[in-house]
Design a protein. Structure first.
Length: 174
């Protein structure tokens, strides 16, 4: 299947679905890379329905939900919001805080479609530069971001459960 995913603007009413896909995609992405207990703790703290409701109600944020064309089950999402990254900020910076899709979507173009939608939405918010952070060991994601025109501009250290991880911070002009 390619190109048939439904993308739509998410609202606070979608918070439960967003939290579910967030936890599922984080687990799927990092199982075998990060300790299981740290994954569970991280998702409980950072991917709750309340977290997604807050973003949905923030006028500086845009959430996009990707749904399967048969039955509209959630399969991916993005979150654009005010940057919270340790790099020099410039007016017009927007952070792509989250972009995830389940493995069922790999090779279908959904990742590129989610990114293209995020870029268009960031421009509509008046953005001039899109920032994101990615685990330094997540080579699949880093390759994807570089293919989408992002370049490294910094690093950060952050906690996942009881452990610490290092991110590469990427930027792309809009």
């Amino acid at each position: 299947m390619t190109g048939n995913w439904r993308l739509r603007r998410a609202t606070a009413a979608d918070a439960q679905a967003m939290a579910m896909i967030a936890a599922a995609s984080f687990l799927e992405t990092f199982a075998g890379i990060l300790p299981g207990a740290d994954i569970v703790a991280h998702c409980a703290r950072n991917s709750s329905p309340e977290k997604f409701s807050g973003w949905a109600e923030d006028p500086a944020s845009i959430l996009t939900l990707a749904e399967h064309p048969q039955g509209f089950a959630p399969v991916g999402y993005t979150v654009l919001t005010t940057p919270d990254l340790p790099v020099a900020q410039t007016p017009g910076d927007i952070e792509l805080r989250r972009i995830y899709a389940l493995s069922i979507t790999r090779g279908t173009g959904l990742g590129h479609h989610l990114m293209a939608t995020a870029i268009a939405d960031a421009r509509a918010l008046g953005g001039r530069r899109l920032l994101l952070g990615v685990l330094d060991r997540n080579h699949r994601a880093r390759t994807f971001y570089e293919r989408e025109g992002f370049s490294p501009v910094g690093t950060r250290r952050f906690s996942v459960g009881a452990g610490w991880c290092d991110d590469v911070i990427y930027a792309r002009s809009l």
